[in-house]
Design a binder for this molecule. Structure first.
Ligand SMILES: *[C@@H]1O[C@H](CO)[C@@H](O)[C@H](O)[C@H]1NC(C)=O
Ligand SMILES: *[C@@H]1O[C@H](CO)[C@@H](O)[C@H](O)[C@H]1NC(C)=O
Ligand SMILES: *[C@@H]1O[C@H](CO)[C@@H](O)[C@H](O)[C@H]1NC(C)=O
Ligand SMILES: *[C@@H]1O[C@H](CO)[C@@H](O)[C@H](O)[C@H]1NC(C)=O
Ligand SMILES: *[C@@H]1O[C@H](CO)[C@@H](O)[C@H](O)[C@H]1NC(C)=O
Length: 386
């Protein structure tokens, strides 16, 4: 008031010239009317020795009113916003990279990252399932639970089903990665494998991959090659039986329980979509991932002695992994559909088919992998012996 009064001449012209909004007569009227209302209210207040009924009612209305009363329920969110997320990470599919990112993210965004010390048990008895599910569901929300574990059906135990996320990769590449990792470790050094698989016999460690495949060693045959699908199918014994039933169950579970299943070959887009779907968990994940500091931390260079199996051997492997590939292609298609929906282009050059015949570079940059032995294969041998 003082200012305006002090410089009346300049104010009007100056304001207009700068294009600031000028008060219309209507605005002025409204302003005056509310002032009058206030004055009248104040007068009533003083005259009656207390607030008039009108003001009380008004206040009580305003006081009780919530956004919901005024506007009805908010429009349903286009993206779900869960506070219970499970990442039942598949081995050798970049999960160590993602867990490293999750550690950083959980501090930044303040969610509860629940990990497990058990790395070699993907299959649980009914009691173990119940205990684990109880444990998970009592974690402070928002939580993200992660472990190498086959899909758990929370509703079966009367607990609300969390939202699942996961990442898979080309099955033959996953298999090869695991094969050499078990034997020779990764960039953490050659000595590493002695700690990881001390019990492994020299004979097994230096087993030629072509022999393993072509001479039907258990490690290179079914049911051991049936690896990815059980993570999505679940704990039912039939889920580990390479076949149509498990495949269909896995697909159904993906549709009903998984918010996103990404493919490692397009990890940056996976992270981008996670950021969009679960911002409370994954906001800024891509910039953290791309940050050179973080890359240094990770040291993504793989130095394992990877040898490329012969085309014949890869072909055999591919045939043995028929269901795994059917599932992988299904996931890939869904992932690309989702990407298109969110306006992401596939910046991956279309590979000439068949993909599995493309030699795997000996020194590829790969995400850091689990420092974990996947020992949960005794049961596979049992099945194999039958
Ligand atoms: C507001 O709440 C008070 C007490 O909580 C209640 O008596 C009153 O009726 C409520 N008013 C409205 C408009 O809901
Ligand atoms: C459940 O939590 C308790 C206490 O944190 C822990 O001792 C137990 O091992 C957990 N069980 C499972 C199956 O994770
Ligand atoms: C989970 O369990 C419930 C209750 O037993 C059952 O109805 C449902 O089909 C199961 N879902 C899956 C994916 O196994
Ligand atoms: C990664 O580790 C290898 C072997 O320890 C080392 O030679 C290389 O410089 C490291 N790279 C980065 C980017 O830190
Ligand atoms: C898992 O690893 C632990 C040691 O890390 C071992 O004692 C246990 O027998 C393993 N379990 C299976 C199923 O291989």
């Amino acid at each position: 008031m003082k200012k305006k009064g002090g410089e009346p001449k300049d104010a009007g012209g100056g304001l207009a010239r700068r294009g600031l909004p000028r008060c219309s007569v209507r605005d002025y009227g409204l302003c005056m009317a509310s002032l009058l209302l206030f004055c009248l209210g104040s007068l009533f207040y003083q005259v009656n020795g207390g607030p008039p009924q009108l003001l009380l009612q008004l206040r009580s209305y305003l006081g009780n009113s919530t956004f919901l009363d005024d506007h009805g329920p908010p429009p349903p969110k286009i993206l779900p916003f869960p506070s219970q997320v499970v990442y039942n990470r598949v081995g050798k599919c970049g999960s160590r990279t993602v867990v490293l990112l999750l550690r950083i993210l959980s501090e930044r965004h303040g969610f509860n990252l629940v990990t497990s010390d058990i790395h070699n048990k993907t299959r649980l008895t009914k009691n173990e399932q119940m205990e684990l599910i109880r444990n998970i569901s009592t974690a402070e929300q928002p939580y993200l639970f992660t472990r190498h574990v086959h899909f758990l059906n929370f509703t079966r135990f009367g607990v609300e089903q969390p939202v699942y996320i996961n990442i898979i990769r080309d099955p033959v590449n996953r298999f090869l990665s695991n094969y050499f990792f078990r034997r020779f470790g990764d960039w953490r050094g050659e000595q590493n494998h002695m700690i990881r698989t001390p019990g492994m016999k020299e004979e097994e460690r230096y087993l030629d991959i072509n022999r393993c495949i072509l001479e039907n060693y258990p490690e290179c045959s079914n049911p051991r090659l049936f690896y990815i699908i059980p993570y999505f199918c679940g704990q039912h014994p039939k889920c580990r039986d390479p076949g149509e039933w498990a495949l269909e169950r896995a697909k159904q579970n993906v549709n009903e329980n998984f918010l996103l299943v990404g493919i490692l070959e397009e990890l940056e887009d996976v992270l981008l979509l996670l950021e969009r779907f679960l911002p409370h968990y994954f906001k800024d994940v891509l910039s953290i991932y791309k940050n050179p500091e973080h890359r240094k931390l990770g040291n993504l260079t793989v130095t394992v002695k990877k040898t490329v199996p012969s085309p014949d051997a890869i072909h055999v492997l591919y045939q043995r992994m028929k269901y795994e590939y059917e599932f992988y292609y299904y996931i890939k298609e869904q992932f690309h559909l989702l990407k298109r929906k969110f306006g992401l282009k596939s910046n991956i050059k279309p590979l000439p088919r068949p993909e599995f015949l493309i030699p795997i570079p000996l020194e590829t940059e790969e995400p850091i992998e689990d420092n974990e032995e996947q020992n949960d294969e005794k049961w596979l041998e049992d099945i194999y012996k039958r």
